[in-house]
Design a binder for this molecule. Structure first.
Ligand SMILES: C[S@@+](CC[C@H](N)C(=O)[O-])C[C@H]1O[C@@H](n2cnc3c(N)ncnc32)[C@H](O)[C@@H]1O
Length: 250
């Protein structure tokens, strides 16, 4: 995307409660599957976005959460919300690239990432996280996957543009092993998680911004792609979606 397109993109995304599908219920479900957590764990949230799951992790774990992202306005929103909720002393938003993690080896008791590792490639991101996670500790991440069955051409075209490296669940498990982790468990992120805090607010925001861009073809093309993405997922949610993976560092 060029600079103009990023501007239109963030005119929508800066106003959504999340940067991707998820919910506190799903964060909690994944968190409760992790065994042997210390009482006050050090947690790294990778690609935190506006940080809904960061704040939920702070509440669930009782620990200290370092939350990294590249988009400063998301980090600012997370800081403000952490202050509002009285969690600022346990939530540390930082601008950092997930492929250049500036932490010592074995820094974290738990690494978390919802819908963000694909940004630098799932396996690359897992390898980068591996070094900073303590030996024998867990990483939990949701990732876009193709589900079983034939993939309709529209869905294929969509992912070809968005994430050409997308694979199926066995493919993800293979990447997890290649990055030095033992896969522990996985489950599908429910369809409801795509709408409640992501696509439904996106529809509302698209309605708000479209009038001001109606004579701007470039903006309308980008916003139209977002509308089509929602419609496509609604029709074919059994063909592709997000899977939450839990794994342990070998
Ligand atoms: C799909 S959003 C998910 C955000 C959040 N985890 C959620 O579920 O609401 C992906 C996030 O990854 C961030 N991101 C993309 N590339 C990144 C990188 N190289 N390093 C750190 N964050 C990155 C984006 O800014 C965005 O906030």
């Amino acid at each position: 995307m060029d600079d103009d397109e990023w501007e239109y993109f963030f005119d929508v995304f800066d106003h959504l409660p999340r940067g991707g599908p998820g919910s506190n219920a799903t964060t909690g479900k994944a968190f409760r599957m992790i065994e042997n957590m210390p009482e006050h764990p050090r947690v790294l949230d990778v690609g935190c976005g506006p940080g809904m799951q960061t704040l939920e992790l702070a509440r669930l774990s009782g620990g200290h959460i370092t939350a990294i992202d590249l988009h400063q306005p998301f980090l600012d929103r997370l800081t403000a919300e952490a202050v509002r909720l009285g969690l600022r002393d346990r939530v540390e938003p930082l601008k950092m690239d997930m492929s250049k993690l500036a932490f010592p080896d074995n820094s974290f008791d738990l690494i978390w990432s919802e819908g963000a590792l694909y940004s630098v490639g799932f396996e690359n991101a897992l390898k980068s996280c591996h070094r900073v996670l303590k030996d024998g500790h867990c990483l939990a991440a949701s990732e876009a996957v193709l589900f079983k069955g034939e993939v309709p051409p529209e869905v294929k075209d969509f992912w070809e543009n968005e994430y050409p490296d997308i694979t199926d669940i066995p493919g993800c498990l293979h990447r997890i092993e290649s990055a030095g982790f033992e896969p522990l468990s996985h489950f599908r992120v429910p369809k409801k998680d795509w709408f409640d805090h992501f696509y439904d607010p996106m529809k509302v925001r698209l309605k708000e911004v479209m009038p001001k861009y109606r004579l701007n073809t470039k903006a309308m093309t980008l916003l139209g792609t977002m509308e089509r993405e929602i419609e496509l997922y609604n029709r074919f949610s059994d063909r592709s979606g997000y899977e939450f993976f839990l794994m342990r560092k070998r």
